[in-house]
Write a protein that binds this ligand. Structure first.
Ligand SMILES: [Zn+2]
Length: 224
């Protein structure tokens, strides 16, 4: 993530990025935890190219560990968001705002393969159906455990809820720190990148959007 400058929580800015469905790069594997066949060898090669001796004491197990870690960090490619959500939809007569805030997430920026991480806040106003509350952090997990840019991650979470729930409105706000910004520059240690995607009533009605932003702000631990 390079282009975003630090901001406070947005009050009226909406992302208009088109949704990109996350099917790219899906490789058939037995399970999300199965390490791809040649990943260890590639990591050993990487160590060599960087000027290291992959056989030296301390690095012997590193290719195996890195391969395992990378597999975990990208396990979202192996997970099916449709299967996750479709089983957890419930009819309900409730039309007040539902908010799940401060969802911790960890992702990898697709430009540098370095972590970006922070909090995700999700809100929606149901129209006759809701999704099990525990599924919302799982949706965030499916999309964040992939190579990402923060803007697309925000859009994918919002568009998934929009498509599955057909709610009156959806809002997603992500506040994140990017190691590619923190490690490579100076005086960027506290930079917080904030993205939002608002749909339906959250986009059209200032009052709804303001209520959502007020509710997530009161619980945000990342805001300074
Ligand atoms: Zn980056």
């Amino acid at each position: 993530m390079n282009r975003k400058s630090p901001t406070n929580l947005p009050s009226s800015r909406h992302s208009s990025t088109k949704q990109v469905k996350g099917k790219v790069g899906r490789v058939a594997r037995a399970s999300a935890n199965e390490t791809p066949a040649n990943l260890e060898a590639i990591v050993a090669q990487l160590l060599k190219v960087l000027g290291e001796d992959p056989k030296r004491n301390g690095l012997e197990e590193t290719p195996k560990r890195v391969a395992k870690a990378l597999t975990f960090f990208t396990k979202g490619y192996q997970e099916d968001v449709d299967a996750l959500v479709n089983d957890a939809l419930f009819p309900i007569e409730y039309d007040e705002m539902v908010i799940v805030r401060n969802i911790d997430f960890f992702s990898l920026c697709e430009h540098h393969l370095l972590p970006f991480f922070g909090k995700c806040h999700v809100g929606y106003i149901p129209d006759k159906r809701v999704v099990g509350l525990s599924k919302i952090p799982r949706i965030v997990e499916v999309f964040s455990r992939r190579l990402q840019v923060q803007e697309r991650l925000t859009v994918q979470i919002a568009e998934t809820l929009q498509a599955k729930l057909k709610p009156i409105g959806v809002g997603v706000v992500i506040e994140a720190r990017h190691l590619c910004m923190m490690m490579r520059g100076v005086e960027k240690q506290n930079t917080l990148a904030v993205t939002s995607h608002m749909l339906g009533a959250f986009r059209k009605q200032q009052q709804t959007r303001d209520e959502f932003l007020k509710l997530i702000r009161s619980g945000s631990q990342n805001s300074e």
